[in-house]
Design a protein around this ligand. Structure first.
Ligand SMILES: NC(=O)c1ccc[n+]([C@@H]2O[C@H](COP(=O)([O-])OP(=O)(O)OC[C@H]3O[C@@H](n4cnc5c(N)ncnc54)[C@H](O)[C@@H]3O)[C@@H](O)[C@H]2O)c1
Length: 309
């Protein structure tokens, strides 16, 4: 039995880091594809040369075409331009729509049964492009955002309480934009409600920092956007599928009526396993959270409509 295969399209910051995390965890052989000649090959060779040091035994290859991607089990699409300071994710729509559509066509020609995990922004709209172009069922096309947004929230809470990050359970739902919804009512620290451990004003500040978490990093970096944690999120999704982990995680999924939403990719809790999205979980939210989710959905629907697909 061969090893599973992950294709990562776009060998920039997020893509190369996906290859790094996936290879270091010996999750699969990795094919790194980019339009820039030599760059994916160079990064792949560099990663191959790290194997004797840390002792991981998978193959990493770089390519400018899709031949090596044939029969990929999972494809992570990171190709697209990132934000610059002052830009919103939505500002990327036209450029990235064309890139994601073209890439999806190429991926499907070689791997018609792959699972697609989209990372390119604006995330929920780019998932829509990948689903429309691929024609894949909804269990096979999904977006990575909620895991990242949740990780940011967990990280900020852990920093505030000076507690290990693993103790923080939380979930951020909704669109991957500044209107995302950190679900405070579902947040706990080893079972203890967050609301018992921090005053409301501090919780609100952490929620706000989470919502602007991507922008905070864009402003610090000045060129490009976050990549270590986004790549970790995408690789965690690939791992849940490849190892049939049935993890319950927030994922951008295609909704057909769940949460009262239709024909929209939106961040919701799903069970992720060998069949991809195996279940969309419905959670009870407070009235305030429900209102926030509605306004986030309206923003995502507006961007989807701009795609004109
Ligand atoms: N969903 C999330 O939470 C999240 C988090 C971080 C970044 N992102 C998004 O991910 C995308 C990538 O970010 P990055 O920091 O890696 O950017 P980057 O500029 O470092 O890398 C993008 C790569 O895509 C390549 N590319 C462009 N067109 C291509 C094509 N047609 N085929 C193959 N490769 C192509 C570029 O050559 C470049 O190497 C951006 O859209 C960014 O906004 C999303």
């Amino acid at each position: 039995m061969g090893r599973p295969k992950i294709t990562v399209v776009g060998a920039g910051n997020v893509g190369a880091t996906c290859a790094h995390w996936a290879a270091a965890r010996e999750l699969a052989d990795v094919v790194l594809v980019d339009i820039v000649e030599g760059m994916p090959q160079g990064k792949a060779l560099d990663l191959m040369q790290a194997r004797p040091i840390f002792g991981f035994n998978v193959e990493v290859v770089g390519a400018n075409d899709y031949e090596a991607t044939r029969d990929s089990d999972v494809t992570i699409i990171t190709s697209g331009i990132p934000r610059k300071p002052g830009m919103s994710r939505e500002d990327l729509i036209n450029t990235n729509k064309n890139i994601v559509a073209e890439v999806t066509r190429q991926v499907m020609a070689k791997s018609p049964n792959t699972f697609i995990i989209v990372v390119a922004n604006p995330l929920d709209a780019m998932c829509y492009v990948a689903k429309k172009v691929s024609g894949l069922p909804r269990d096979r096309v999904m977006g990575m955002a909620g895991i990242l947004d949740t990780a940011r929230f967990r990280c900020f809470i852990a920093m505030e309480l000076k507690v290990a990050v693993e103790e923080i359970q939380a979930m951020v739902l909704g669109g991957h934009g500044d209107e995302m919804v950190p679900v405070v009512s579902a947040t706990n620290i080893s079972g203890l409600p967050l609301t018992d451990l921090l005053p409301e004003a501090r919780i609100n500040a952490l929620v706000e920092r989470t919502r602007k978490g991507g922008g905070e990093i864009v402003a610090l970096l000045k060129t490009g956007s976050a990549f270590y944690a986004p790549a970790a999120g995408a690789v965690q999704m690939a791992e849940a599928i490849l190892k049939d982990q049935r993890r319950l995680m927030p994922v951008s999924a295609y909704l057909t009526g769940e949460y009262g939403l239709h024909d929209l990719f939106f961040g919701v809790p799903v069970i992720l396993g060998a069949q991809g999205i195996e279940k969309i979980q419905i959670v009870k939210l407070s009235a305030a959270e429900e209102a926030l989710l509605k306004s986030s959905a309206a923003a995502v629907a507006k961007t989807r409509d701009e795609l004109k697909m």
